[in-house]
Ligand binder design. Structure first.
Ligand code: N01
Length: 483
């Protein structure tokens, strides 16, 4: 039997962005609920548990500005530590009571001025405001390789690691060499009897060490929180300058280029170095930060295979040169469907689903709202600066922007907010123009690109994002009757 409930605001997802939205709504005294498909908070940090997982944004900068963590273990702390941070935050802010765990959203539609949300648990929720906080790197991508289901060993996606599988002494294969595949190579090489990475496209790798903070350093930071704040500000400055700087010609781009090439030169075997040399510019795909990948690849029992995959067989992977690579364990580090945003079916006021409205790629107004989808907001939506600045900073800013919209709706009962089409088109046009001279469109395939080959990330400096998102420009919105 369908259970029915009424809500003011419904958030989908209790990951890093859903939590900060909850914190803001709670502080403003708003009524809301968070639907979470899993049984705990943490989003990507709960789901990804592969060996070597860490964040490629320095930890002091990967924490809410209002909740610094003064006790990170590493410059890039392990995923488990990051997940524990979010669990602590959820508990500290007493957010768990707002979260319905085990509730997957089957679909949502805008009808009669409100959102109707159906959950897989058989609940039908009516809400004024719907906030999608499900994130872009969420729906796993499984490669369409002939025979994949015939493999007789253990096989799993990197975001669904099977910890019951013994790795020690096993022949392990990894398909994919994005940030994920690269991060796991060093720890897997310590366990596998033979480790093979199957690479389709070479990647540029920038060397960055992952310094472990000593007990003494950690004690000082706990005693003097200003040290943590200064470290955060330092990394924030570096990131905000560097990640935007590398997008166009100039000092940062040249430094990145030089750093990657110098690092590649540390690979001593010329044949391996040739295989690892990309045929596109550094930064075109998301840059990989690692200083343990090349050393791992150069171990005796580790192999890089660049022959294309013909098919997967019960005993392993057959490559196009006719060689069968026998494997006990196969890891699919093949990434995510980055353009399948959020929940499966969100149907707006015109009866169009998000998928239909975005057939040619996502089109938003400032990443958080869309014409035709009244009172629908996205956190870390298309064209958010996910490649440029800490996604936590992005979520904090966007959640404040959304709260401002909700405040307006509270002052205007019976109304719904939707961005004007002209405003969304103007935003899209400025994005298209700004993308023209970026490194992302210089000839590589990456998850940044939409089906039209247009990057769905942020082409401008971080301060432009903060300026544009400081508060909503309500002249770009229509307030329509929500009846
Ligand atoms: O995924 P990817 P990822 N046959 O899409 C290959 C974030 N992240 O999980 O390049 C053979 O980058 C594909 O090959 P190609 C970070 O933002 C963050 O690694 O398309 N290969 C590629 O090598 C990152 O950018 C952290 O030719 C196939 C790989 O699979 C994003 O997540 C850590 C194939 C997919 O790479 C995604 O990274 C890890 C096929 N049929 C990830 N299909 C942090 O630090 C796909 N591939 C937080």
């Amino acid at each position: 039997m369908t259970r029915r409930s009424e809500l003011k605001t419904c958030i989908i997802g209790a990951g890093m962005s859903g939590l900060v939205m909850g914190i803001r709504l709670q502080a403003a005294g708003k009524s809301f609920r968070i639907l979470e498909k899993a049984t705990s908070v943490g989003g990507t940090w709960r789901e990804n548990t592969y060996p070597g997982l860490s964040c490629d944004v320095p930890s002091f900068f990967y924490a809410y500005s209002f909740e610094p963590n003064l006790d990170w273990s590493h410059r890039f702390s392990p995923g488990r530590e990051i997940c524990e941070y979010f669990v602590r935050i959820a508990e500290k802010y007493d957010l768990l009571k707002y979260i319905s765990f085990g509730e997957t959203v089957a679909g949502a539609r805008y009808e009669d001025g409100r959102w109707t949300i159906d959950t897989s648990g058989g609940e039908q929720i009516r809400a004024d405001v719907l906030i999608d906080a499900t994130g872009p790197l969420h729906i796993k991508y499984y490669p369409d390789i002939e025979g994949i289901d015939s493999f007789e060993g253990a096989m799993f996606h990197s975001a669904d690691w099977d910890h019951s599988v013994e790795l020690r002494g096993k022949r392990i294969g990894v398909i994919g060499n994005g940030s994920t595949g690269v991060q796991m190579m060093a720890p897997l090489s310590e366990k596998a009897s033979h480790l093979t990475m199957f690479q389709r496209t070479a990647q540029w790798v920038f060397p960055v060490g992952n310094k472990a903070y000593s007990e003494r350093e950690r004690a000082w930071t706990r005693r003097l929180p200003i040290l943590g704040r200064l470290t955060r500000e330092f990394y924030k400055w570096i990131f905000n300058q560097g990640s935007v700087g590398v997008v166009r010609d100039g000092y940062w781009r040249r430094s990145m280029d030089k750093g990657c090439r110098k690092h590649l030169a540390t690979v001593t075997d010329p044949e391996l170095r040739r295989k690892l040399t990309p045929d596109y510019q550094p930064g075109c795909k998301r840059l990989i930060l690692s200083n343990d990948f090349y050393p791992a690849l150069q171990k005796e029992h580790v192999e890089l295979v660049t022959e294309g995959i013909e098919r997967i067989e019960p005993r392993g992977i057959l490559t196009k040169d006719g060689r069968l690579h026998e494997l006990d364990v196969l890891v699919l580090a093949t990434g995510f469907q980055a353009h399948k945003w959020g929940i499966d079916r969100v149907v707006g006021a015109d009866g169009l689903s998000l998928d239909e409205a975005w057939q040619k790629g996502p089109r938003t107004y400032r990443s958080v709202t869309m014409p035709g989808f009244p009172n629908f907001f996205m956190l870390v939506g298309p064209n958010s600066p996910i490649g440029n600045i800490s996604i936590i900073d992005v979520s904090e800013t966007q959640s404040k922007y959304i709260l401002d919209c909700i405040e307006l709706l509270d002052r205007e009962p019976g109304k719904a907010l939707t961005p004007k089409r002209e405003a969304a088109e103007a935003f899209q046009e400025s994005l298209r123009e700004a993308m023209k001279n970026t490194v992302w469109v210089t000839g590589c395939n990456s998850w940044y690109l939409d089906p039209d080959g247009i990057p769905t990330i942020w082409p401008w400096p971080a301060n432009r994002f903060q300026q544009l998102m400081q508060r909503p420009d309500f002249s770009d919105f229509d307030l329509i009757d929500a009846t």
